[in-house]
Design a protein around this ligand. Structure first.
Ligand code: HEM
Length: 154
C-alpha cells in the first residue's frame, strides 16, 4: 500500500507540473495577446486545480502511512535535526499545502473575474506563485541533501 501510494505521488508530480506549465502558457499568451477566455481555457483552469487536489489527497494519505513521517512524529526532538526527515515531516508538506491553497484561490478568483483579460492575468499570477513554490519543494533527484528518483517503479 505505502509503496503504491508513494509511486503514484511521485508520478502525479509530473501531471501537476505539466498541467501548470500548460495553464501558464495559455494564461500568459491570452493575457498579452488579449485573447478571449474560451471554454477550453476554463477547462484548463479547472483541471489544473483538480490535478493539484488529487496530489494533495495522495500527499495527505502518505503523511499518515509513511514510516518517515511516523519516525518524525514519534522522535520529533532528534528527527527535527535530520535533514531528510525534517524535509518530509515539515517543509515539503507545509510548502506543498501552501502552493495548492494558492492554486485553489487563483482558480476561484479567475472564475469570478468579469473580463477575459482579468481572467488570464489572475490565472497567470496565482498559478506562477504556486508553480514556483512547488518547484522549490520537490525532492529533485539532482538535490544533494534530499534526493528522490524522477520516476519510482510501482
Ligand atoms: C504539488 C504537490 C506535491 C508534489 C509535486 C509532491 C512531490 C513529491 C515527490 C516527488 C516525492 C518523492 C516521492 C518518492 O520518494 O519517489 C514526495 C514525497 C512525499 N510527499 Fe509530496 N508532493 C506534493 C504534495 C504533498 C503534500 C500536500 C503532502 C502532505 C501533506 C506530501 C507529503 C509527502 C510525503 C510524506 C512524502 C514522502 C514519504 C516517504 O518518503 O515516506 N506531498 N512528494
Amino acid at each position: 500500500m505505502y509503496s503504491t501510494i508513494l509511486a503514484l505521488h511521485s508520478l502525479v508530480r509530473w501531471f501537476v507540473l505539466i498541467s501548470l506549465l500548460f495553464a501558464l502558457f495559455r494564461a500568459y499568451n491570452g493575457w498579452f495577446s488579449k485573447k478571449s477566455f474560451s471554454s477550453f481555457d476554463n477547462s484548463v483552469r479547472h483541471w489544473t486545480a483538480t490535478i493539484a487536489h488529487i496530489q494533495l489527497v495522495f500527499g495527505l494519505f502518505l503523511y499518515f502511512i509513511s514510516p518517515v513521517i511516523d519516525y518524525f512524529l514519534h522522535n520529533y526532538k532528534e528527527a527535527v535535526h535530520q535533514r531528510e526527515i525534517r524535509f518530509f515531516g515539515m517543509e515539503h508538506s507545509l510548502m506543498m499545502i501552501t502552493a495548492i491553497i494558492i492554486i485553489t484561490i487563483g482558480s476561484a478568483k479567475t472564475k469570478r473575474r468579469q473580463t477575459d483579460n482579468e481572467k488570464f492575468k489572475t490565472m497567470a499570477i496565482w498559478f506562477t506563485i504556486g508553480l514556483l513554490i512547488i518547484l522549490t519543494s520537490v525532492p529533485w533527484a539532482f538535490w544533494s541533501l534530499v534526493s528522490r528518483p524522477y520516476f519510482r517503479p510501482f
